[in-house]
Design a protein around this ligand. Structure first.
Ligand code: UN1
Length: 481
């Protein structure tokens, strides 16, 4: 019998009657865990508990709040290997990728724990004599955090850590496809002694729980990472009640490869951006926009390198690319591959579901490269969220920049060039929140702001000092002495 993981509401681990399964996408006969299937009533209780806990948590001094995060980080570190293996089993990414993500989450906890001793406000001179003005940061109240399956612990960590250190109390709703790592993070906070009601965890169906959360009277802010459709719906609901909102959604991230790029670097970064984590990153490279002069050489080297990627169960050594998260995602990817073929793109590599032998029990698809993709094709315009790369031909640098920006999305962009002047020109012209020079479009760090522009994101950025802008308000003081 698989273990049952309960919800955590008002300092108690609670069952909800019904349960749902968390299955391994590499071996679908393996149930990683059973989770209590929270209902609207659980959300209402969680929001009320967070509201009740808020005054004393907000009144605690920030370094003392940070101390809980340091302790939770130490607990996560002790379980490092266990949590990494659980992540591979629930999400499918490779074990090295999972380890990197758990390490990142521990670092996120420590970084924001340290923020407890900084939490800088503003201090500016007054126009008036002997008046001292300053602005201090105040927490907002109850924050709702809705997180996706593709970074099962890093995204929960980069939302909960700043929310807590700033003095907010939280209700976390993890993705149903991979809730275990977020559960482990909450377990670590509980073991660290976090006061009752400060952190609440409610897993279960997104529609029911999301509606209940957004209509819970104590809710003051919601931070969401996931699809554009759900993000837009949350925004509508939140604006009815003037709930502060932060949305991180899709991408159609370009990698511009200029003729003067180092060919090996360009190939490695493109393969990393497009195929690692099975392409299931909103920062993934999904369009390689390649300058005429290097196009043929780049495509040849890219296909050759991609052919050598090993697809399989991420717990096995030497695997580069794991499975899709679930059947629906696999179907979506296969549908886009069919669309690519139908619309006349050239299938240069991959394109099939893998079902033989050890692949039989999982949602595996070959890393897929389409070349000669043109701008109006569906695979050049829509987010696929799988290991599918569209390679497009650009006449020159100007043409490449135009193509890169010609998308409703604006999360991340990569440029491969040895020309520093071009690199800077692009840095200023890219319509994205992230620009990576001679690096993959994906793979971010926690100490700098993260987020996009256009349809990719809405609201203040996450991570780094920018996170404080979302999770606090200023209170300004004028003092005559
Ligand atoms: C990364 O590229 O390291 O859901 C992180 C996502 C993004 C996070 C990307 N919000 O893929």
């Amino acid at each position: 019998m698989p273990e049952l993981f309960r919800n955590y509401i008002n300092g108690e681990w609670v069952e909800s009657g019904a349960v749902f399964e968390n299955r391994n996408p590499a071996r679908t006969d393996e149930v990683v865990g059973l989770f209590a299937r929270g209902a609207a009533g659980d959300m209402v209780c969680a929001a009320a508990a967070a509201e009740a806990a808020f005054p004393s948590w907000a009144a605690m001094n920030p370094p003392a709040r940070g101390a809980y995060l340091y302790r939770a980080a130490d607990i996560l570190e002790k379980r490092f290997e266990q949590i990494a293996a659980e992540m591979t089993r629930e999400e499918g990414k490779t074990l090295p990728e999972s380890k990197g993500e758990v390490r990142r989450s521990i670092n996120i906890f420590r970084y924001f724990a340290g923020e407890g001793s900084r939490l800088a406000g503003l201090q500016t001179p007054s126009e008036r004599e002997r008046v001292h003005t300053f602005s201090i940061r105040k927490p907002l109240g109850v924050a709702g955090l809705i997180t996706p399956w593709n970074f099962p612990i890093a995204i929960p960590a980069w939302k909960i850590a700043p929310a807590l250190v700033c003095g907010n109390t939280v209700v976390l709703k993890p993705a149903s496809a991979a809730p275990l790592c977020a559960w482990r993070m909450v377990e670590a906070l509980v073991e660290a002694g976090i006061p009752k009601g400060v952190v609440n965890f409610v897993a279960g169906p997104g529609g029911e729980l999301g509606s209940a959360l957004l209509s819970a009277p104590p809710l003051k802010a919601v931070s969401f990472t996931g699809s554009c459709a759900i993000g837009n719906w949350l925004h509508q609901e939140a604006s009815k009640r003037r709930i502060r909102i932060q949305l991180e959604m899709g991408g159609k991230n370009p990698a511009i490869i200029l003729s003067d790029a180092d060919l090996n670097t360009a190939v490695e970064t493109t393969v990393n951006g497009a195929f690692f984590a099975t392409g299931q990153r909103c920062t993934a490279t999904s369009r390689a926009i390649v300058e005429e002069g290097i196009y043929d050489r780049f495509v040849e080297a890219l296909v050759e390198r991609t052919r050598r990627l090993k697809v399989g169960d991420g717990l096995q050594p030497g695997i580069d690319v794991g499975p899709a998260i679930d059947e629906a995602q696999l179907e979506t990817v296969l549908r886009y591959i069919e669309t690519g073929k139908r619309e006349g793109a050239r299938l240069a590599q991959g394109g099939r579901r893998l079902t033989e032998g050890s692949y039989a029990g999982g949602y595996f698809v070959e890393p897929t490269i389409f070349t000669d993709v043109t701008e109006e094709m569906t695979i050049a315009r829509e987010e696929i969220f799988g290991p599918v790369l569209s390679v497009m031909r650009a006449r020159d640098y100007e043409d490449a920049v135009r193509m890169a920006n010609d998308t409703p999305f604006g999360l991340s962009a990569s440029i491969q060039t040895s020309n520093i002047s071009r690199a800077f020109d692009y840095i200023y012209r890219a319509e994205t929140g992230l620009v990576m020079v001679n690096l993959p479009s994906a793979g971010i760090e926690y100490q700098v702001p993260f987020g996009g522009t256009k349809d990719s994101s809405f609201g203040p950025k996450e991570q780094g000092p920018a996170a404080l802008e979302f999770y606090t308000d200023y209170k300004t003081v004028y003092l005559k002495y």
